[in-house]
Design a protein. Structure first.
Length: 65
């Protein structure tokens, strides 16, 4: 199906907001009529960024392509 990304435990800083970030990434791709796989990739990207930072913050310029 859709495996979870493998992340080194030492890279996890704060998991607050990870689910919300996933949903935000997923829905942003969905409203752009992306295929399911791309929606999930966008959700994984967003959650992956959030858990590596303190609080629910994103870098100024995310590098999602």
């Amino acid at each position: 199906m859709f495996p979870v990304l493998d992340i080194d435990q030492n890279d996890i800083v704060d998991t607050n907001g990870a689910g919300d970030a996933f949903v935000g990434g997923f829905l942003s791709a969905l409203v752009q009529d992306q295929v399911l796989e791309e929606c999930i990739r966008a959700g994984h990207y967003a959650a992956n960024i959030i858990i590596r930072r303190v609080g629910c913050t994103f870098p100024e310029k995310p590098d999602f392509h």
